[in-house]
Design a binder for this molecule. Structure first.
Ligand code: R5P
Length: 261
């Protein structure tokens, strides 16, 4: 693997554990001012010291993240639809590779829509993005979007992750599911999980624990952190699960305990 790709990946995946806690704050690219992310700078600022990486769009990066804060950026470069669109799978590439380099990012991210109407376009967009990114040593994260009518099971998610890896993605983001180890085993690149919709804190910690226990290389979590009543406590607890392999009980105590400080 190219030195630049390895170096950028080593900034996202901490070399001492090989794992990562990415903070996903890219939701506005199709959801607009999502609950908890209405003013991105306010949400992001207190969490910055704890995240191993930030996943976001260039607009939020430029306006809401201090340029002198040392944190690896994973830049979302796909979009073109909104929550009002009839078909969310109709995404294109929104940000050029030159812009990603100018912004000094560590990776770029694009969603694929396997089984959806625009499956082919999204996969060809991924191929094109990887071809461009390879020239400059920029890793590509593929996000496996799941259409409303699809089941988040190991069979479907393995299909999505494996296709992304076959196309040349350097790491993949998907959902945790039953038999998750099958998704990880059949995907030759690291798999990180999205958190999904907000659930009770203990359940979100259990989700992170399950994912790590079954082979995930980390989490790329958004709503279950920034929509929590204690976002800083949550990210600290998730980080301890991912990097220190503490139990869910211990992590929950950490989250609760930090409310009092
Ligand atoms: C969705 O396409 C976005 O990439 C989000 O960043 C992703 O869903 C992760 O955020 P959450 O943990 O809120 O699901």
């Amino acid at each position: 693997m190219d030195w630049g790709v390895k170096n950028r990946l080593a900034r996202i995946f901490k070399p001492d554990t090989g794992k990562t806690v990415m903070l996903a704050v890219d939701h506005g690219y199709f959801l607009g001012p999502t609950s908890g992310l209405e003013v991105p700078s306010k949400t992001i600022k207190p969490l910055l010291p704890y995240a191993n990486s930030l996943m976001l769009t260039r607009g939020v990066l430029r306006t809401s993240v201090p340029a002198d804060f040392d944190i690896p950026i994973v830049l979302r470069v796909s979009g073109g639809t909104s929550i009002l669109s009839k078909d969310l799978s109709n995404e294109g590439i929104t940000t050029s590779i030159r812009e990603a380099i100018r912004l000094n990012v560590c990776a770029i991210a694009l969603s694929i829509f396997v089984g959806s109407e625009h499956e082919r376009e999204s996969l060809l967009n991924l191929a094109e993005l990887i071809n461009q990114a390879e020239e400059f040593g920029i890793p590509v994260l593929t996000v496996t979007a799941v259409g409303r009518e699809m089941t988040r099971d190991a069979k479907y998610l393995s299909l999505c992750c494996r296709i992304a890896a076959e196309m040349g993605a350097h790491f993949v983001k998907t959902y945790y599911c039953e038999d998750f180890e099958k998704v990880v085993e059949t995907c030759p690149v690291p798999v990180v999980i999205a958190g999904g919709k907000k659930i009770p804190e203990k359940n979100a910690l259990q989700l992170a624990h399950n994912a790590i226990s079954h082979g995930a290389a980390g989490v790329d979590m958004g709503r279950n952190i920034f929509q929590s009543d204690n976002p800083v406590g949550m990210i600290q607890a998730v980080k301890a699960i991912v990097h220190k392999r503490i139990s869910v009980e211990e992590a929950y105590k950490m989250y609760e305990g930090s409310k009092k400080t």
